[in-house]
Design a protein around this ligand. Structure first.
Ligand code: HXC
Length: 275
């Protein structure tokens, strides 16, 4: 836990987190719960979401585990309604559900491309669109999880780059449309984060080029899950009350540099798997 952590900071606040059963989103959920928030963990797999929620309840927090595929608008809306019926107005929405695989454009079908855009971009729209009715107005925050991919072209990731670029522009448009309602709209754009499903898929153990890629990160390492959770906590704190429509990179400076080594790492991991 970092030095910005204040126990009780999110007391009486409710957070709704898609993709909340694992990785960055789960870590954010745990941090919000530790800060006193009531947390709805939403995932495709009902059992996984409920497991994580049960863990929070066992530690003395308040949590719901809910099942919804963000591609399914009615399912997302039902999960939001359930959260609202249980705890009242929602203060924080994290749109974090994402899908990914590594393949060059010529190695994926139209459906493969569409699947990632559907989960990442359309899923973020669905979550925002359905959430607006249930948000506290004024005083709530909508945060999408983007990636350095939005601004840094990466070989083997055209579908993710396109989807994440769309997410960032979507959030900036929503900020203009919803600013008057008192709903802040933001995006977090991580680079590589240690210990996530994303990095396990993109850089499986033994892929030679992880080290080479990290050598191109000005900070020389991956982010930790704690660093991501700290940023997500800061962004919903009073200290961030005038930050709106912003995309916040948390990438050790990676997106200031070329993306060649990153793409090489991904393609190397595909070769390693095929060998
Ligand atoms: C080419 C592929 C493929 C691959 C799937 N497809 N994997 N094409 N190479 N390796 C194609 C399939 O062939 C199919 O097209 C289409 O994608 C849909 O596949 P399904 O398996 O039917 O879809 P679904 O079950 O919905 O799974 C979605 C998924 C999967 C994205 C393919 O990987 C997934 O659910 N992932 C969720 C978890 C995840 O990836 N989390 C990490 C996010 S990390 P056809 O034409 O055959 O029907 C992240 C961070 C990025 O986003 C930044 C990191 C630094």
């Amino acid at each position: 836990m970092s030095d910005i952590f204040v126990p009780g900071l999110l007391k009486d606040r409710t957070a709704f987190i898609t993709g909340g059963s694992s990785g960055i989103n789960l870590h954010i959920a745990l941090r919000y719960a530790a800060a006193g928030a009531k947390v709805a963990i939403v995932g495709r797999d009902a059992a996984k979401a409920e497991d994580q929620a049960a863990g929070i309840r066992a530690a003395g927090g308040q949590a719901l585990g809910l099942s919804a595929d963000v591609r399914d608008y009615a399912a997302v809306e039902a999960a939001l309604r359930h959260t609202h019926d249980t705890w009242g107005e929602i203060d924080i929405v994290i749109a974090g559900a994402a899908g990914n695989f590594v393949a060059p454009a010529l190695g994926m079908s139209s459906n493969g491309f569409r699947t990632v855009v559907d989960i990442d971009l359309n899923g973020t729209f669905n979550t925002a669109r359905a959430a607006h009715a249930f948000l506290r107005k004024p005083g709530s925050s909508f945060i999408a999880i983007s990636a350095g991919h939005a601004t840094m072209p990466v070989a083997g990731q055209s579908q993710v780059c396109a989807a994440k670029a769309g997410i960032e522009m979507l959030v900036r448009c929503l900020c203009i449309e919803w600013g008057g309602d008192g709903v802040r709209c933001l995006a977090i754009a991580p680079g590589p984060v240690d210990g996530t499903e994303g990095m396990r898929r993109l850089a499986p153990e033994g892929a030679r080029s992880l080290e080479r890629m990290l050598a191109t990160v000005p900070s020389g390492r991956q982010a930790s899950l704690d660093e991501l959770a700290d940023l997500a906590l800061f962004l919903v704190s009073g200290a961030a009350s005038y930050i709106n429509g912003a995309v916040i990179p948390i990438d050790g400076g990676l997106t200031n540099l070329g993306s060649h080594a990153f793409g090489e790492m991904l393609l190397d991991s595909v070769r390693a798997r095929a060998a």
